[in-house]
Design a binder for this molecule. Structure first.
Ligand code: C5P
Length: 222
């Protein structure tokens, strides 16, 4: 198989990480969830006391931040920010509320995109995000766009939060997803949309295994 790079894009809570991780493990590739790089940077910015609206300061901070990508458990690539692994901190509600605002700043995106491309030159990779097939790696060998209705995604996310013991209501989860969808699809730079040559898979009625199986068939055709 000559295939080296697979992109998986799609809206929040559509299952990109679960699908991407399982797929990477089956292919002995690494899995890079690019949401982590935006979240970890948001965590750093908030910790530094910056407002998510202070474009100039955020652009400078992005420029001055060092990222590294190291193998983690299974196929995971761990993002280190200034040498630190913040995986346990980036699910915090403040990060969740502010990440889409910070991710829409063009200078921040530019820095993140160049870091994502750097990783992609070195490894066989499944990379998941919003703009990977359209902007970050338009030359990827296989591009997948996952979609599911917002109610199905809210159901899945609510169940996952419940399992982790996070107290919230289904209605709150649904509202937050709708808000994030609006931010991600309407932003001026790199809005969420399938690449022209992406294979679109609707996951509403498919299990994780079934989605991965479909992508593996496409991968083996390459
Ligand atoms: O995928 P996840 O929900 O962790 O991503 C968090 C946020 O980071 C998204 O809502 C989006 O605003 C931003 N993001 C992005 N481009 C990517 C990945 C994530 O703008 N490639």
């Amino acid at each position: 198989m000559n295939l080296r790079l697979i992109t998986i894009d799609g809206p929040v809570a559509v299952g990109k990480s679960s699908v991407g991780l399982m797929l990477a493990e089956r292919l002995s590739f690494q899995f890079f969830d690019t949401g982590v790089i935006y979240r970890t940077f948001t965590w750093k910015a908030l910790n530094a006391g910056l407002s998510p609206l202070d474009t100039e300061a955020l652009a400078k901070l992005a420029h001055d931040t060092a990222f590294q990508f190291v193998p983690g458990s299974g196929a995971h690539l761990v993002v280190l920010i200034d040498g630190e692994d913040t995986s346990r901190l980036i699910g915090a509600p403040e990060v969740e509320r502010n990440v889409a605002l910070i991710a829409k700043i063009p200078q921040v995106r530019e820095r993140m995109v160049s870091e994502q491309r750097r990783v992609a030159t070195e490894l066989r990779l499944v990379m998941a995000g919003r703009d990977i097939g359209t902007v970050v790696l338009p030359w990827a060998d296989l591009k997948v766009f996952l979609q599911a209705s917002v109610t199905e995604r809210a159901k899945r996310r609510y169940a996952e939060l419940n399992e982790r013991g996070v107290e919230t209501s289904y209605e709150t989860v649904l509202e937050e997803l709708e808000q994030r969808d609006r931010n991600d699809t309407t932003r001026a730079v790199s809005p969420l949309k399938p690449a022209d040559d992406a294979v679109v898979i609707d996951t509403d009625t498919l299990s994780l295994e079934e989605v991965v199986a479909r992508i593996l068939v496409l991968a083996h055709r390459q």
